[in-house]
Design a binder for this molecule. Structure first.
Ligand SMILES: [Zn+2]
Ligand SMILES: [Zn+2]
Length: 384
């Protein structure tokens, strides 16, 4: 059992976002494996623990799942199929913190280390829209998708040179930048620009790789399989790390974001974790009470008990037959709106019975009125 996330970060259960961020930052600085004074394995394990705790507690949605269900509520997000579900804002937040962290440690942002474009930069992140059915929301789904993206060219190992043969660019000496001096009335001005020879990569090749025409990247359609969690919501983004476009100059690839779209269903309408459906019953069942069979989303027959005196349009509830919460086995309810169908034609026997009912109902009304008037008469008698 992992340690409680609040305990890991050393914050109170009621800590606000700022306090959590602060605690994470100071611990991350202490235990980052590159700088920690602890033995490597200890630092790595600590850093992983801190990062996991922060990933959950910094995200209001995950934090509330964790508060309600503990590790059960969030643990499926780690280490399963290589993805975590996430959203863009949160990803930005994390990189912000790392930007700050590395800035503090190395005296400059991570991206600016090395300078210029000859330093590694991450490939572009991509978006893939995936439609799923309501039933797949209920059961979860392993989806196989084909994603067009760029990957490193294998024959040249991403270098762009034939058979991977590259040398340091002679023009810029490998920095990817060239300096030029121009004279101005205020003196000589020096400017730095991208090396035109190697286009900022710092490398040159006598012969270009024929597979990628020297770019080091090729287009490819990759077959990717991802796990859609039970209870997935419309608009939810699943991050598949490293399946975006290939990085530049040895940089890591971007991520793939799979955006979930839930199709409308003919029989059920989603309302958070609850589902709406409807049934048609009979007038006698509404009056006297009874049972009806309702088909659930999973295709099972559930028994709906209609209490006596149920009104047309009432909503009855079959508990636990709605949708699950994300990463939880707790399900919402199935809400059933009850209506009746008024027959356009009736048999002679039915007509006779309905007349009798109507007459009885009519005499009840009259009887009620009569009783009232007699009561009034009695009261009058007493008063006078
Ligand atoms: Zn160059
Ligand atoms: Zn190539």
């Amino acid at each position: 059992m992992p340690r409680d996330y609040y305990e890991v970060l050393g914050v109170d259960k009621s800590a606000d976002a700022d306090a959590i961020k602060k605690a994470y930052r100071s611990l991350a600085k202490k235990y980052h494996p590159d700088v920690s004074t602890e033995p490597k394995e200890v630092a790595e394990a600590k850093f992983k623990e801190i990062s996991e705790a922060y990933e959950v507690l910094s995200d209001p949605e995950k934090r509330s799942l964790y508060d309600q269900y503990g590790f059960e509520g969030v643990n499926q997000q780690f280490g399963q199929g290589g993805f975590t579900w996430d959203n863009f804002t949160h990803a930005d937040d994390i990189s912000d913190i790392f930007g700050d962290l590395f800035g503090d440690l190395f005296g400059g942002g991570r991206r600016s280390r090395g300078g210029g474009r000859s330093s590694a930069s991450q490939g572009e992140s991509l978006r893939y829209d995936l439609e799923i059915t309501l039933k797949e929301v209920l059961e979860g789904k392993k989806a196989n998708i084909d994603v067009p993206h760029t990957v490193l060219c294998e024959p040249c190992r991403g270098t762009g040179g034939k058979d991977g043969n590259v040398s340091v660019c002679g023009k810029c000496g490998g920095s990817g930048q060239v300096q030029s001096v121009s004279r101005t009335p205020f003196g000589n001005m020096m400017s730095v620009r991208e090396c035109p020879e190697c286009r900022g990569t710092g490398k040159s090749s006598a012969e270009k790789c024929p597979h990628c025409r020297g770019t080091g990247r090729v287009s490819k359609e990759s077959h990717i399989s991802i796990n859609i969690p039970k209870g997935a919501e419309d608009g939810m983004r699943l991050r598949v790390s490293g399946e975006g476009n290939a990085g530049y100059n040895g940089g890591s690839p971007g991520d793939l974001y799979v955006v979930i779209h839930v199709k409308q269903d003919r029989n059920f309408e989603r309302d958070g974790n609850n589902l709406w459906t409807g049934i048609v019953t009979t007038y006698p069942k509404l009056v006297l009470g009874g049972e009806e069979t309702v088909e659930t989303l999973e295709g099972e027959k559930a028994v709906l008990t209609i209490p006596p005196g149920t009104q047309v349009g009432s909503v009855l509830r079959i508990s636990g037959k709605g949708l699950p919460r994300v990463n939880s086995s707790i399900r919402g309810d199935l809400l059933v709106r009850v209506t009746i169908e008024v027959p356009k034609k009736v048999s002679d026997e039915e007509r006779e019975l309905l007349r009798k009912i109507d007459e009885t109902a009519g005499s009840k009304k009259t009887a009620g009125k009569k009783r009232k008037s007699t009561l009034r008469e009695k009261l009058d008698d007493i008063i006078n």
